[in-house]
Structures are given as structure tokens and as C-alpha cells.
Design a protein around this ligand. Structure first.
Ligand SMILES: Nc1ncnc2c1ncn2[C@@H]1O[C@H](COP(=O)(O)OP(=O)(O)OP(=O)(O)O)[C@@H](O)[C@H]1O
Length: 211
């Protein structure tokens, strides 16, 4: 497939035990896919296979028509900028405001000195607008200046989603992005921020959506 995500016969083993075996699926641009399964079924392992953080025992993972596991370090860096991920640990900076945390989504595209300037002086007007727009989309438009540590767990999780939206990734990979968010809010955030397919709206566990 030209664009989107495609897995063919993917297998991952830990110490000889199969955590994934023969996983084949594809997600076209604009589609969302939720992966739901029992504890220990391999959802997080699938997420790690999609981010190339575990070696494959078999099969291929292609993103945008390119085999993810055959990319060089440099190519992978460029590819990672197109792929946004949300982990179960949100990795926010608690002392910084929600707005600045959301703006940090842009860091991959900024150089080191521009990042330092942003941390010292704050984001420029355009990035600040982008960050508050993303916070608005996750229902936190009124908390842009709030210290992230003072937000609830679910609000912090939404800040992590906003940071991802700032990246404007071509592909979003998320491992339980709404574990700490109530169903009504997660439905609203999904509806505003992600692909509006029924599958994406139902996504509550590990999910992928590509645009
Ligand atoms: N680093 C590892 N070393 C050894 N075994 C592992 C490792 N990571 C995962 N596993 C095993 O792989 C299987 C799948 O684990 P995984 O974390 O992917 O499950 P999950 O579906 O995400 O579970 P949960 O919903 O409980 O988070 C489990 O049997 C687990 O013990």
C-alpha cells in the first residue's frame, strides 16, 4: 500500500515465548483502528512493534509504503517526526504550563537553540496559537496557563494529546490514550481531534489512526 500503515505476519517473541504471532492488518489514510484485547494479549507489544522498539521475530511493518524496520537511524528520525505517539506515561513537564507542554510537541521540528529560546522566552505567537488551539480541541482551552502539575490525571492526559496534535503527525499511535479520561470527555476529544470514523470514535485502548 502506498500510504498508511500495513503489518504483514508480524511476530514478536520474548525469551522464546510468542507475544505476537502472525499479525496482519492495514490502516488506510483517514481510517482509525482500535485494538482491544485481554490483559497480556499483546496490545502494548503491538504498539512497541509499531514504534520499532522491539525486534520482530517475523513479518514486516510498513509506514507510508516503507518498511519501518529497514530504515536507517537518520531516516527513522525523519519518519518519527511524521508519526506521533502517546504512551501510557504522558511524559509531561509538571512545572511548566499546559500551553508550554503542548508547544513542546513542536520540539522535533525546532533546532536545539530554538528549543532553548522557547523554554526561556516562551513560544512565539504562531506556536502559542497552535498550542492553545490544540488545547481547545481537547477541551482545555481555559487551562492554557495552568501549571500542568495542578491538573487532574485525565486533564494531563489530554495535554499529552494536545502536544501530539501540535506535531500535526501523519500517523498517530496511541497506547491507552484515554485510560484516565471519562468516556464522555474521551468521546468528545476523539470526535474533535481524530479521524471521525466509527472505529476511531470507539477506540478506547491501543489505537492507531492515520491521515
Ligand atoms: N519485556 C518483556 N519481556 C518478557 N515478556 C514480555 C515483555 N513485554 C511483554 N511481555 C509478555 O508479552 C505478553 C504481552 O504483553 P503486553 O504488555 O503486550 O500485553 P497487553 O495486552 O498490553 O496487556 P495489558 O492490557 O495488561 O497492558 C505478556 O505475556 C507479557 O508478559
Amino acid at each position: 500500500m502506498g500510504r498508511g500503515l500495513s503489518l504483514e505476519n508480524v511476530g514478536v517473541r520474548f525469551g522464546g515465548r510468542a507475544a505476537l504471532d502472525g499479525v496482519t492488518l492495514s490502516v488506510r489514510p483517514g481510517e482509525g483502528l482500535a485494538v482491544i484485547g485481554a490483559s497480556g494479549a499483546g496490545k502494548s507489544t503491538l504498539f512497541r512493534a509499531l514504534t520499532r522498539s522491539v525486534p520482530l521475530h517475523s513479518g514486516t511493518v510498513a509506514v507510508g509504503g516503507r518498511d519501518l524496520y529497514s530504515l536507517s537511524g537518520r531516516e527513522l528520525g525523519a519518519e518519527r517526526r511524521r508519526v506521533g505517539t502517546i504512551h501510557q506515561a504522558y511524559n509531561l513537564v509538571p512545572q511548566l504550563s499546559a500551553g508550554l507542554n503542548a508547544a513542546l510537541g513542536e520540539v522535533g521540528a525546532l533546532g536545539r537553540s530554538a528549543t532553548m529560546r522557547m523554554l526561556i522566552l516562551g513560544p512565539d505567537a504562531e506556536l502559542a496559537r497552535k498550542a492553545s488551539g490544540a488545547l481547545e480541541r481537547v477541551g482545555l482551552g481555559d487551562r492554557v496557563r495552568a501549571r500542568t502539575a495542578d491538573l487532574s490525571g485525565g486533564q494531563q492526559q489530554r495535554v499529552a494529546v494536545a502536544r501530539l496534535l501540535v506535531q500535526e503527525p501523519g500517523l498517530i499511535l496511541a497506547d491507552e490514550p484515554f485510560a484516565a479520561v471519562d468516556p464522555v470527555t474521551s468521546e468528545r476529544v476523539m470526535g474533535r481531534s481524530w479521524s471521525s470514523t466509527a472505529a476511531a470514535r470507539r477506540c478506547s485502548s491501543t489505537c492507531t489512526t492515520s491521515r
